[in-house]
Design a protein around this ligand. Sequence first.
Ligand SMILES: Nc1nc2c(c(=O)[nH]1)N[C@H]1C(S)=C(S)[C@@H](COP(=O)(O)O)O[C@H]1N2
Ligand SMILES: [Mo]
Length: 320
Amino acid sequence: MLIKQAADIRSREITPRDLYVRRREFLKAAGLTAAGVLAGAFEPDAAVAAVPGEKLTVAKRLVTTTEALTPQTAVTSYGNFWEFGSDKSDPPKNAGAFKPKPWSVAVEGLCARPGTYTLEDILKPHALEERIYRMRCVEGWSMVIPWVGFPLADLIARFKPTSAAKYVAFTTVERPREMPGQNDAVLDWPYREGLRMDEAMNPLALLAFGMYGEVMPNQNGAPVRAVVPWKYGFKSGKSIVKIRFVEKEPGTAWNKAARNEYGFYSNVNPNVDHPRWSQATERRIGEDNIFAKKRPTLMFNGYEAQVGQLYAGMDLKKFY
Ligand SMILES: Nc1nc2c(c(=O)[nH]1)N[C@H]1C(S)=C(S)[C@@H](COP(=O)(O)O)O[C@H]1N2
Ligand SMILES: [Mo]
């Protein structure tokens, strides 16, 4: 596991192009050539077409993997956001009518500072960071994404949860007129997720406002979403409108839809299979050509050193 903190990009604008160039520099600095790391996969500099988007300024950067970034175009064109349809190509097609501005988040439950916070309120006291994280979907595919955000813990601290708050529940937006998938009862809308408080306070848990140096595209969870890289993708709720501090484990959309398949914890774990498929390997999006080998899935998605202690003594087959 490699964690590198780079202070070299303080207070300057970054562009996707910059990111790829810097990525190469990072690989060089780490003594690795891009070709060596990629083993026949795509060439990151060449593969990316610029997607127009408002640029974000980041103050620092955390790189957690030497693996190549997934091309930006792949991340914006393939994914799960069932509010916009249940096919992985639906979100970019159907997210155009969604209005992420203005936005506010209701903060409720066991905390000293409940209230309604606008997106500007939420952002104001925090410096944005770039975080390059490996992401693993429960369906067996993965990506490496440079998110832009700040630690979820920093936001939670502002609301001063009481000692009775053991979990944090996230509710995401419900706007069937802008989100055509919500007209189908495929899930019990709105989409709900949750974390145990110590998970939410772990420094890796991120609240993200953008990716690839740009404001979050609608289809990836504009304007604000969770990013929990040691858990399967569905734990990272998109387009969050409510944060509630609670005493008991909150219900989640996927747990309600299929309790035996999607547990509350849903930590990435190659040793615990989904009832219908193995979780031992994964397909890296952007590498899916006929020569690309599946990658072994890593315990806690490779973040065991950072989060393993959260689950000490727990039977992860039981708490899947
Ligand atoms: N609101 C909402 N958030 C969601 C989903 C969804 O359907 N609705 N899908 C989840 C799933 S299953 C995955 S894999 C990730 C995929 O999006 P990303 O690649 O932008 O992280 O979003 C997660 N967050
Ligand atoms: Mo997923």
